[in-house]
Write a protein that binds this ligand. Structure first.
Ligand SMILES: Cc1cc2nc3c(=O)[nH]c(=O)nc-3n(C[C@H](O)[C@H](O)[C@H](O)COP(=O)(O)OP(=O)(O)OC[C@H]3O[C@@H](n4cnc5c(N)ncnc54)[C@H](O)[C@@H]3O)c2cc1C
Length: 392
């Protein structure tokens, strides 16, 4: 039975939002309802990314939404977050695509790029005419990207790149890859490079057999003597901290996305529990243990909303620290995953079927918990902040 999402607001959260913020949220919600919900289970089943949604999302200003100029929508951080929430209510894979395009490709070009790079890429990326990917992770360098092996060597007016990147969202559909590499001539300092994906020596191969984020493209990248003009270096990228600044942008969006996924599974479980009857012809919502699960979910969703809104307001005042964002990402994704597991339980056998969105969200959230800093890594970031001790 198809259940229509009704929105989730137990604490009158909307009273904390401006009219513009509610408009952005509702516009995105409608887009997801009309364009994502009807197709997502089939795309997920088939393991395909819905390419037909790329341009419509550009028309709505979803890419680089909080950047200024270059045809971007110039949203506040809270508005951008609400877009991420609604997209992830549809599917984490779709939100991942938009996060990568916005926070991991447009943002580094915007923050570390030359004027020529910005003019060339940002307007086209804002429209969705050009797509990007972000290559940081490697087969042997995940949580510790400083162990990366990818190298860039200066050769006259060119750089020559060699290395392997792994688990790269949108890798095989990207026109440009932001590749992080250690530069030979700069004592192995990490810098960002814009690599057009049609350069000789660049190859992207998709990862198949994923049980998670099936409606998102995930690829490995191989760079073998890939030559790029020296002008393709991101001139203001300055060590691994530049890559981490990009991750901060993406993690912020993910924290909102977690709320969206949790809302989807909570609302589904609540509706299901009200019509599914077991024992004495009573809806399962009348049983105390089912209510306890639903109450846990709405309680945690409400707290997560407040946390991420607060971080968003701080971010709008340029006062959000990386450890604030770590707390929001860590809390909200773990919360969403727990909600998904509880919702699956409430749906009984139906919880494993893709007639309902619960198992898809649950499987997606396993990736979301791992990428952009695992739950453990964010624990250590917060631990370091409060104790002053690096426990990595
Ligand atoms: C679907 C998907 C899409 C992705 N997209 C991208 C992308 O677009 N670009 C990109 O660059 N990367 C991407 N990633 C990679 C992702 O960021 C990494 O998977 C993540 O950083 C974790 O690295 P790892 O998988 O190598 O795990 P590992 O680093 O090997 O960690 C394995 C386990 O060890 C734990 N661990 C590691 N170090 C410590 C420590 N010091 N203390 C305690 N525990 C520790 C971790 O928490 C985890 O539980 C993606 C991943 C997935 C699954």
């Amino acid at each position: 039975m198809a259940l229509k999402f009704r929105g989730v607001d137990f604490i009158d959260f909307d009273s904390l939002l401006s009219e513009d913020e509610i408009l952005v949220r509702d516009t995105t919600r409608k887009f997801v309802e009309d364009n994502v919900i009807p197709g997502i289970e089939q795309w997920n089943r088939d393991g395909v990314f819905p390419r037909e949604l790329v341009r419509p999302m550009g028309d709505l200003g979803f890419y680089g939404a909080s950047l200024k100029g270059y045809g971007c929508a110039e949203m506040s951080n809270v508005e951008y977050g609400l877009v991420m929430q609604e997209l992830e209510r549809g599917d984490s894979g779709l939100r991942s695509f938009v996060s990568v395009q916005s926070a991991l490709v447009m943002y580094p070009i915007y923050a570390f790029g030359s004027d020529e790079q910005k003019d060339r890429w940002l307007p086209a990326m804002a429209k969705g005419e050009k797509l990007g990917c972000f290559g940081l992770t490697e087969p042997d360098a995940g949580s510790n990207p400083g162990a990366m092996r990818t190298r860039a060597r200066k050769d006259g007016n060119e750089y020559v790149l060699n290395g392997e990147k792994m688990w790269i969202t949108s890798g095989s559909i990207a026109d440009v890859a932001v590749i992080w590499a250690k530069v030979d001539d700069e004592d192995g300092k990490v810098r960002g490079f814009l690599v057009e994906t049609d350069r000789p020596g660049f190859k992207a191969v998709d990862v198949h057999g994923k049980w998670s984020l099936r409606a998102s493209v995930t690829s490995s990248l191989s760079l073998q003597d890939v030559r790029i003009p020296a002008a393709n270096i991101l001139p203001k990228s300055d060590g691994l901290k530049s890559a981490l600044m990009c991750l901060n942008q993406a993690r912020y969006g993910i924290a909102w996305g977690g709320v969206g996924a949790a809302m989807a599974v909570y609302d589904c479980a609540l509706q299901y529990s009200q019509f599914r009857k077991q024992f004495r012809d009573q809806p399962i919502a009348s049983h105390q243990m089912v209510q306890e699960k639903l109450v846990w979910m709405i309680n945690e969703i409400s707290k997560a909303q407040l946390l991420v809104l607060h971080v968003g307001r701080l971010k709008d005042k340029s006062k959000a620290a990386h450890y604030h964002i770590s707390m929001a990402k860590r809390n909200n994704v773990a919360m969403a995953l727990e909600c998904a597991r509880m919702a699956r339980d409430i749906l009984g056998a139906n919880g494993i079927a893709d007639e309902y969105p619960v198992f898809r969200h649950m499987a997606n959230l396993e990736s979301v918990k791992t990428y952009e800093g695992t739950n453990d890594v964010h624990t250590l970031i917060i631990g370091q902040q409060i104790t002053g001790i690096d426990a990595f």
